[in-house]
Design a protein around this ligand. Structure first.
Ligand code: FAD
Length: 458
């Protein structure tokens, strides 16, 4: 390809693609974004918008000591086995500058979350919108893209990459209302997320979750993996994913895991606990999936009040997602659980929480537990939220083969291999998804712009 329509073509308009496009535009490149669905946002819109940043000025102002080494160590502790350990170090290093850049240069309205730190993080380091809605993050990125006059063509799926036959990528083939159109670009950035909505890829790479319901955006159909394989890209950490143990049923909203971190426990239909809830919402999804439905989260008013600072939780409450009662036996009746068993479970949990007896499942972190009246219950179901494996990338998000790089191709966010290692749902720490989206997005956008300008002699 010698005639180019544009410097940088970004495929996918989630947080990763929008960040990449903004970074590339600010670095002086001409940029366009194509998005297959009628509106941008993807999984990023559905997320809670929380991004890990280690060593930010917001943390320092809150008296929290953190560093990239600490974040990398936390991630390695969750999943020591990792196909791309260098990426963990790299993303940890750029996490704080990227979060500050989003706030200072891009005008994204996020702040440090101090209400909870979520499993895997040894200190509070998630930064997110006050509303805890990923849509707010996406809206801020869209506004920044608009200010830079970056065209975002929605309803235009990319159907293949333009491959010169020698492994160099020169743009993509886009499906438009008028037919297929070749968009020639010096650099192409894959920001199409992972493959959780592609049942056959799930069956191939993570068969153990084939039966789990997928709660993310339907656009994650795995094109990065399918196209990457065709051009010899390496695939890494393909068995990793973000599970979620507590999607409210039948409402489908998230029961905030803050409830569990503040001291809630989960029971099966017999009113018995079945695992250490403090392994986190992603890892615990496997335990919930292994029990016959239904399962319930049991918590109290204090835990409710803390979680209610998140608007989605409050909405779930407003829509009748919870049952509440002044006693456990009344709550058990409302949830159709055996009252005596639920009371016995709560009594044993209280003993463990107050240090009178070891917890039979090994839980050590009980926060506000034992529970006190009034009590709440929520029926929950497990799900998968997104896949964490993808194309192997270098320090600048350039796609790797076994021996080198795929010329002119970058991958960011869920299209790239993540930092959650090879441990299925166990390696996922909150914020890992958007960390790879915005950090790789910024790295890819800047590098792609610089390479494109150099090649064009500008
Ligand atoms: C309920 C929920 C809560 C979550 N909370 C968090 C959180 O708080 N923190 C966190 O870090 N992660 C969270 N995640 C994970 C997070 O949403 C993802 O990791 C992240 O959004 C990935 O960003 P992305 O830009 O790679 O993908 P996306 O945001 O999904 O964007 C990809 C875009 O590419 C488009 N696309 C796909 N294929 C094509 C094609 N062929 N042509 C053109 N366009 C295409 C898609 O339609 C989509 O718009 C959550 C996920 C869910 C489901």
């Amino acid at each position: 390809v010698t005639d180019y329509d544009i410097d940088v073509l970004v495929i996918g308009a989630g947080a990763g693609g929008l960040t990449a496009a903004i970074a590339a535009a600010d670095a002086g490149a001409s940029v366009a974004v194509v998005e297959k669905f009628g509106r941008p946002g993807g999984n990023s819109s559905l997320s809670t918008g929380s991004i890990a940043g280690a060593g930010t000025r917001m943390q320092r102002a809150a008296g929290i000591e953190d560093s990239s080494e600490r974040l990398a160590a936390d991630l390695r502790a969750l999943s020591p086995e990792n196909d791309c350990p260098k990426l963990v170090t790299r993303l940890a290093e750029v996490s704080a500058p990227t979060v500050e850049w989003l706030i200072d240069e891009i005008g994204v309205n996020i702040g440090l979350i101090t209400d909870y730190k979520h499993v895997g993080h040894s200190v509070p380091r998630l930064h997110g919108p006050k509303s805890r809605r990923g849509q707010d993050l996406v809206d801020d990125l869209l506004r920044a893209a608009e200010q830079r006059d970056i065209p975002i063509a929605v309803g235009n799926p990319v159907v293949s990459l333009l491959d010169d036959g020698l492994g160099a990528i020169g743009g993509a083939v886009i499906e438009t209302a008028e037919g297929r159109h070749e968009m020639r670009a010096r650099k192409t950035i894959l920001a199409v997320n992972g493959y959780a909505a592609n049942r056959s890829l799930i069956a191939r790479f993570i068969p153990e979750v084939s039966d789990l319901e997928y709660f993310g955006a339907q656009g994650s159909t795995g094109e990065a993996v399918l196209w990457g394989e065709q051009i010899g890209a390496v695939l890494e950490n393909m068995g990793a994913y973000q599970g979620y143990a507590a999607v409210s049923y039948p409402h489908g909203g998230l029961l905030s895991w803050t409830t569990v971190e503040m001291g809630a426990f989960l029971v099966d239909r017999d009113g018995r606990r079945f695992g250490d809830e403090s392994v986190g919402y992603s890892a615990f999804a496997q335990y919930v999936a292994a029990r016959p439905a239904p399962q319930f989260a049991i918590f109290d008013q204090r835990m409710f009040d803390i979680a209610a600072r998140e608007s989605e939780f409050q909405e779930l409450a407003d829509y009748g997602g919870f049952r509440s009662a002044g006693s456990l036996s009344e709550l058990a009746k409302l949830l159709e659980l055996p009252p005596e068993t639920l009371e016995a479970t709560a009594a044993a949990f209280a003993k463990a929480a107050s240090g009178e007896a070891p917890d039979p499942y090994g839980r050590r972190d009980f926060a506000l537990a034992p529970l006190v009246a009034p009590f709440y219950g929520c029926r929950v179901t497990p799900g998968i939220f997104h896949t964490q494996g993808g194309l192997g990338v270098d320090d600048y998000a350039r796609v790797r083969t076994a021996t080198g790089l795929v010329a002119n191709l970058f991958a960011v966010g869920g299209a790239a291999a993540g930092v959650s290692g090879r441990a299925g749902p166990h390696g996922y720490a909150s914020g890992n998804g958007l960390l790879a989206a915005v950090c790789l997005g910024k790295l890819a956008g800047e590098k792609a712009a610089q390479e494109a300008k150099d090649e064009a002699g500008r």
